[in-house]
Each structure stands twice: as structure tokens, then as C-alpha cells.
Design a protein around this ligand. Structure first.
Ligand SMILES: [Zn+2]
Length: 329
């Protein structure tokens, strides 16, 4: 069966990580940058493990060199999302990649991305919002600069702040200043945790940064008291099962903890993370979840409702999306 046509909301998507490989290859040829080593013989991205994946990601991103490149990238990504039935997506954007954390350059990149998003909304009916995301392994000082960019541009389009990259580098409290700055600017707060480090890192992240959402968070399953605490707090997990399986965190779909987390009352949502890197799409995620856990329309409607409630968007946008979900039922 295919759940492709069902409307979907996706809260955890890295814009560069969603770049179709053909798009990046084309751009590398235009720029005369040789990054052929990051592709396999079929033209897919190739990497050995998560840490190599981060390197390949940065190499792919190196060919994106101007706001116009990001305009094209945004359109290419949103076309893929819309083809999977996605009506609303939130994407991580890093001032590190978009203008080297220079505020003037960042504004130019944002304007181009927002313009492409408006075009996609008019043509494909998909809405995009942005979560500014410093890269953890670039360190706390660069995260501060990214937070300043986020605070200066917070508004209808830039609605959230998070942190991504190598989870094993630095502690949550090292980024306190950046998160406080973003929170004061009215941005929604999320943080990657509980993917490459265990439950104790989720606890530390909740304590230090107080996010309403956690990126991944699946390793909470190793500590059932934490699972219950997440359910009680109503913390929303941005779960990306296909990503976790592709990176070897779990051997297959049936072993993935999303089913147990859902059954124990944790607010879970489903996203693709970096879809072409993990050979996935939102439609594929839903299909695999249906196969692995026999999830029916009722469960998928709950996932959508949870994502809608947890989305970092304004009330008008939320209302318009609720209407779209209603009419699709
Ligand atoms: Zn991620």
C-alpha cells in the first residue's frame, strides 16, 4: 500500500541534507569543483558511517556558494517533499553555510530561500518555515554568532532555533547563551539529542536548554523512567526512523523504538532528516511504519496532529494547515 497522497507534516529536515544528488552534481560541474568522491557508481551519496557522513555533507554543501544557489536548492527540495504529500515542512538552516555567520550575507541568503518558499507555496501548496541551527562541532562561539543571526531575523519565516552536528562534541550548557538569545527573540526551541549519545544526554539537554522538541531522542528507550518523563512533560520527539536505520542505530524497522515510544504515550512525529542520504522520502517512511507496526490512518492522523501542535509557526499558519488536514480526511 502507499500512503503517498496523505497530507503530511515534517518537522526535521536539513535543507542541504535534502539536496537531490543530481542537483549537487550539476552545481559542482557548474562551479568546477571536484566532489565526485562523495557519489557512488549509481550517483547516490556514499559514506562509511555517521562521522564520514558529516564530512560528505560538508563537501556537498561546499558547492552551494550563493543565495541564488540556495533559491534553486529550496525549490528542488520542496518539489521532492510535495511529491511525498508534505504540506508543511520545517527546515534547519545554518548561518555557518549561508554567508559564514555574517548578518548582512545571512539576510541575503534568507531572502532568496524565503522567495523560493513563497514560489513553492503558490505552485505546490507546501509551506516552509526555518529553524536556525548552528553546527555543534563548530563550537559555542560560532553558535553565538548563529544565534545573533537568528534573533535578528526572527519572524514569520524564521521561527525556531536548534542545534545539529556531532552530538559527542560539547555539552548542552556550552550553548546556553545561544539558546537564551534565541528564546528571548521568541523562537521555538529544539535540539538534537539521544541519537549518538544515550538517555543521560537527553536529560542534560532538557535540563540545560529546556526545548519543547528533541531531534531524534529515540535512545530515551534505554531508560523507561525517561520515556515516562517525556510523555508527562509532553516533549515532542522529531523521530527519523529511516535515518536511524540507514546509519546503523537499529538493524531494521521492526526494531526501531518509535512503536514503543508511541505506545507509552510519548508525542512522536516522523521526519526524513537528510532524505537522499538515507534513501528515503516521507511517503516511504509512512509506508515502512505501516508495514512494521500495522499503523493505520488513525495513528497517522495522530502523528499529523502532534506535528501540527508542535510546529514552530504562527496561529494563522497553524489554522490554515488544520483546515487542509480536515478537508483531506
Ligand atoms: Zn537531524
Amino acid at each position: 500500500m502507499s500512503l503517498k497522497s496523505h497530507p503530511k507534516l515534517e518537522l526535521h529536515l536539513h535543507l542541504e541534507g535534502a539536496a537531490p544528488p543530481a542537483f549537487i552534481r550539476g552545481l559542482s560541474q557548474e562551479r568546477k569543483v571536484d566532489i565526485s568522491g562523495i557519489f557512488d557508481e549509481r550517483g547516490h551519496y556514499t559514506y562509511r558511517d555517521f562521522w564520514h557522513f558529516l564530512k560528505v555533507y560538508e563537501a556537498a554543501t561546499s558547492v552551494l556558494q550563493s543565495p541564488m544557489d540556495y533559491h534553486r536548492l529550496t525549490l528542488a527540495v520542496l518539489e521532492e517533499c510535495a511529491a511525498s504529500g508534505v504540506i508543511y515542512a520545517e527546515t534547519f538552516l545554518s548561518p555557518d553555510f549561508c554567508g559564514g555567520r555574517d548578518l548582512v550575507a545571512w539576510r541575503d541568503y534568507l531572502a532568496a530561500i524565503e522567495d523560493a518558499a513563497a514560489q513553492a507555496e503558490a505552485e505546490l501548496g507546501i509551506t516552509l518555515r526555518a529553524i536556525v541551527t548552528p553546527i555543534r562541532h563548530f563550537g559555542p562561539d560560532k553558535a553565538k554568532e548563529a544565534a545573533r543571526c537568528a534573533a535578528e531575523t526572527a519572524g514569520r519565516f524564521v521561527t525556531g532555533f536548534g542545534i545539529a552536528g556531532d552530538e559527542k562534541v560539547c555539552e548542552p550548557e556550552d550553548f546556553l547563551w545561544a539558546f537564551d538569545c534565541a528564546r528571548e527573540a521568541g523562537l521555538g526551541i529544539t535540539a538534537h539529542a539521544g541519537e549518538w549519545r544515550g538517555p543521560e544526554h537527553i536529560r542534560a539537554t532538557l535540563k540545560a536548554l529546556n526545548p519543547t522538541r528533541i531531534g531524534h531522542g529515540v535512545r530515551a528507550i534505554e531508560d523507561l523512567a525517561l520515556v515516562d518523563e517525556l510523555a508527562e512533560r509532553g516533549t515532542v520527539l522529531e523521530v527519523c526512523p529511516g535515518s536511524n536505520i540507514a546509519l546503523g542505530l537499529y538493524p531494521d524497522w521492526r526494531s526501531h523504538p518509535i512503536g514503543q515510544l508511541y505506545d507509552r504515550g510519548v508525542k512522536v512525529t516522523v521526519s526524513t532528516d537528510d532524505p537522499p542520504f538515507f534513501h528515503t522520502t516521507m511517503a516511504r517512511e509512512w509506508d515502512r511504519l505501516h508495514d512494521a507496526f500495522e499503523w493505520d490512518d488513525g495513528v497517522f492522523a495522530t502523528l499529523n496532529r502532534t506535528a501540527l501542535e508542535a510546529a514552530f509557526c504562527d496561529a494563522d499558519t497553524r489554522q490554515a494547515l488544520a483546515k487542509k488536514l480536515e478537508t483531506a480526511q
